[in-house]
Write a new protein. Sequence first.
Length: 398
Amino acid sequence: MSRYRLDPAAEQAVGMEEHCGHARFVWNLAVEQQSWWTPGRGNAPNHAERCRQLTEARAEFEWLRVGSQTVQQQALRDFDQAMRNFFNGSHRRPTFRKRGRSEGFQIVGKNARVETLNRKWSRCWIPKVGWVRFRVSRTIPDFRSYRVTRDRAGRWHVAFAVAPDPIPAPGTGEVGEVVGVDRGVAVSAALSTGELLSCPTLRPKEAERLRRLQRRLAKATRGSNRRGRLRTRIARVKVREVDRRKDWVEKTSTDLARRFDVIRVEDLRITNMTRSARGTVDQPGRNVRQKAGLNRGILANGWGLLARRLEQKAPGRVEKIPAAYTSQCCSSCGHVAPGNRESQAVFRCVACGHTANADVNAACNIAAGRAVTARGGAVTAAPANREPQHSAPPLVGV
């Protein structure tokens, strides 16, 4: 998906905000109707029935009638597609959309038009708003639709739904054609070649400003204008970190896809790994604050985004290796022991004395496809959810 920054006028921004509100309202009504459906109550309304109900609602409510029927009907089509994805098992069930989050609407068909103004600017057509120009940061791809979105920082973007062109493999046939990527928190990505890559974060002054704004937000009255302004200012700081992380992932994934024929990563279920440890009232969790900090660290390093972009840019060349004991296995002799990893950064094999950076050693195991069990045998079962670095397997050599 290619995304570009929109530059709407003040009155155009107001019109697009109304489109977002109408699309969100129609979507939430469809979610509510679907939630009432049970086998004993009959079938849920289909697309034709929802369109008929939308026509009746537009005739009754003036505020809905002044909006674009194209935008509102497309929200129903998006919901139908979301339900199909849910029943196919590829996505979760559609949920309610909240104001300020997931704001946007889609333009398809003959209404999806783009005109070039000059080398730096183009403009796209939005019903009942007109032509809105956007910055051309790269070549605009062939498209059939585009989506207009607004993030929490108040920035508008237009995204063209196109599949990215795969990056061809180098095909050198050299030893370095296979690379292992070990994703971590202290080091975002360690390569089997010895490279240590770090995802950029907020600068110290930006982090201090964020903490100061968050303290002020905690004291602000809920629903007040002051609280709304503080939330916007916080979002503008956080979006810098998000933009830097996405830029780093794009550059890193492109570089790996161009340099190596086969890219091997750990098969991690990041959704399960970043689940809260809060527990319930009856069974409260342990070390909740520490686990929350670990979750933030995992998400801040873009583990899932990096693997996803690698699969999109290098289709068929990304292999997932079970993650069990890759950090405790010696890449030189294959000995597995929890004592091999002296610290977060130091790996020293207790059997052969091999010393290396712990993350690079794990990346070498991943590159070799070496995933072992507690007794040193090859893993053939389903991949583990995480690296059990604190377990205590027997000290048995391979």
